[in-house]
Design a protein around this ligand. Structure first.
Ligand SMILES: Cc1cc2nc3c(=O)[nH]c(=O)nc-3n(C[C@H](O)[C@H](O)[C@H](O)COP(=O)(O)OP(=O)(O)OC[C@H]3O[C@@H](n4cnc5c(N)ncnc54)[C@H](O)[C@@H]3O)c2cc1C
Length: 384
C-alpha cells in the first residue's frame, strides 16, 4: 500500500516550522541577506525548538526523530529562506551526523549535546580548492607525529565553518596508502581554534548570503590521535554515505524553494494588474504557475520515495541522486519562472523571488553537481 501522507508527528512538526518560518524568519531575513549577515538569533531559536537535534537519539540531546523530520523542517524553512535552511541542513546532516554515525562513544558525548541544541555548529570539510566532484583527489594530509595527527592542506567552500558558534570541522585527509597503492583517506575532527587551523574571510557569494562559507587551511595543525573519526582509511566511504543522505535533505530544501516560488506567484497573480485584469486571469500566467506546481509536486514525491527507502533500511543511493537531480532542477526552473511572473519587481530585492532566484543555482552544484547525480544514477544502472 503506498501512503504518501506524513505521520501525525511529521505533520505537527511541519506546521510548527511553517509558522516559525512565516512569523520569525520572513520578517527579518531580507535585511540580513542584504547585509550578508549570519542569522544568529534565528539559529538560536531553531536550537531551542530542537531542530538541530531532530534525527538524533535523546541520550545525546536529540529529539529522537528521523531523517524525514529534518527534510520536512528544511522544506518549510526553504519556502521562506534558503540561507536559514542550509544552515540547519549543514548543521545536522554534515556537522553532527558524521559524529553520530561514526564517532566513538566519547566523541558523541563530547560533541553531540551542543550540536543538537544548536549552541554549537559543526562543519564538513571535503571539498578542496583543486576540486570537489572528484572527492578522492584529496590533497590534504594528516601524518602521525608523537601520538598526534598533524594536518596540512586546505578546504574550499565549507558551510558553517566560521561562525561565532562553530566548534569543529570534520576534515578528510590522506593518512597513507592502501595495499593497492591508492590514497588512504581518513576523517579527522579539528576543533575550532586549534593552532595551525585558520579560517579565511567569508566568500562573497551569488546567493545563500546569510549562510556562512569559508576556505579553511591547516598548517602543521596538530590534534590528538583520538580525533580520528571512525576507522582509519574509511573517511572517503564515510563521507560518501553522509552525502547520500544529504542529497535527500538538499532535495527537500529545493522543493521548499520551489514551493515558495509558487506561493509568492499565486499571491502576486491575484494582486498585479495589467491591461485592466489581474495577471492571474491570463492563461499564460496560469499555465506557468501550474507547471511550477507540477514540478514541485513530482520533486516532493521523489524525495519522499528516497527517504522512505532510507528509513526502511533499503539501498537508496539511486533514489537519493534522482531526488536531488529533479528537485534542484525544479527549484531552478521555478525560480526563473517566478522572477518572470513578477516582472521588474522580480529583479528587486524587496520581494523574496529575487532572493529565490539567486539561491536556486547552488542547489544544482552543492553536495554533488547535477552531472555527479547523473553519474551516480548511471552507475547504479550498471553503466561504468
Ligand atoms: C555555497 C557552497 C557551500 C558548500 N558547502 C560545502 C561544505 O560544507 N563542505 C564541502 O565539503 N563542500 C562544500 N561545497 C562544495 C561543493 O560540494 C562543490 O562545489 C561541488 O561538489 C562541486 O565541486 P567543484 O566546485 O570543485 O566543481 P568541480 O568538481 O571542479 O566541477 C566543475 C564542473 O565539472 C563537472 N564535472 C566534474 N567531473 C565531471 C565528470 N566526471 N563528468 C562530467 N562533468 C564533470 C561538474 O559537474 C561541474 O559542472 C560548497 C559549495 C558552495 C558553492
Amino acid at each position: 500500500m503506498i501512503d504518501f501522507r506524513l505521520t501525525e508527528e511529521h505533520e505537527a512538526l511541519r506546521k510548527t516550522v511553517e509558522e516559525f518560518a512565516r512569523e520569525e524568519v520572513a520578517p527579518v531575513i531580507g535585511d540580513l541577506y542584504e547585509k550578508a549577515e549570519f542569522p544568529y538569533e534565528i539559529v538560536a531559536k531553531m536550537g531551542r525548538m530542537g531542530l538541530f537535534g531532530l534525527p538524533f537519539s535523546e541520550e545525546y540531546g536529540g529529539m529522537g526523530g528521523d531523517f524525514l523530520a529534518v527534510c520536512v523542517a528544511l522544506e518549510e524553512l526553504a519556502r521562506v529562506d534558503s540561507s536559514v535552511a542550509i544552515t540547519l541542513e549543514a548543521g545536522v546532516s554534515l556537522g553532527a551526523m558524521p559524529i553520530y554515525r561514526f564517532g566513538t562513544e566519547e566523541q558523541k558525548r563530547e560533541w553531540l549535546p551542543r550540536l543538537c541544541s544548536g549552541e554549537m555548529l559543526g562543519a564538513f570539510g571535503l571539498t578542496e580548492p583543486g576540486g570537489g566532484s572528484d572527492a578522492g583527489a584529496t590533497l590534504t594530509t594528516a601524518v602521525e607525529r608523537d601520538g598526534d595527527w598533524v594536518l596540512n592542506g586546505s578546504k574550499a567552500f565549507i558551510t558553517n565553518s566560521g561562525t561565532k558558534i562553530t566548534g569543529l570541522v570534520t576534515a578528510t585527509a590522506v593518512t597513507g596508502q592502501t595495499s593497492d597503492r591508492r590514497k588512504e583517506i581518513s576523517a579527522i575532527i579539528v576543533p575550532s581554534g586549534t593552532p595551525g587551523f585558520s579560517v579565511s574571510k567569508s566568500y562573497s557569494k551569488v546567493g545563500w548570503n546569510s549562510s556562512d562559507t569559508h576556505e579553511l587551511s591547516f598548517a602543521d595543525c596538530q590534534v590528538p590521535q583520538e580525533n580520528l573519526l571512525g576507522q582509519r582509511g574509511r573517511g572517503y566511504a564515510q563521507f560518501l554515505s553522509i552525502l547520500d543522505e544529504g542529497r535527500i535533505a538538499i532535495a527537500a530544501l529545493s522543493v521548499g524553494l520551489g514551493q515558495g516560488c509558487v506561493d509568492e506567484c499565486v499571491r502576486y497573480a491575484h494582486e498585479r494588474k495589467a491591461f485592466g485584469h489581474a495577471i492571474g486571469e491570463y492563461q499564460a500566467i496560469q499555465f506557468k504557475i501550474a507547471d511550477m506546481e507540477a514540478r514541485v509536486h513530482t520533486a516532493r514525491l521523489a524525495y519522499y520515495a528516497a527517504a522512505a527507502k532510507m528509513l526502511r533500511g533499503e539501498p537508496f543511493k539511486k533514489e537519493a541522486a534522482i531526488a536531488k537531480l529533479v528537485s534542484s532542477n525544479a527549484a531552478m526552473d521555478n525560480a526563473r519562472d517566478a522572477t518572470q511572473i513578477f516582472g521588474g519587481y522580480g529583479f528587486m530585492n524587496e520581494y523574496p523571488v529575487g532572493r529565490f532566484y539567486r539561491d536556486a543555482k547552488i542547489l544544482e552544484i552543492g553536495e554533488g553537481t547535477s552531472e555527479v547525480q547523473r553519474m551516480l544514477i548511471a552507475r547504479e544502472l550498471g553503466l561504468r
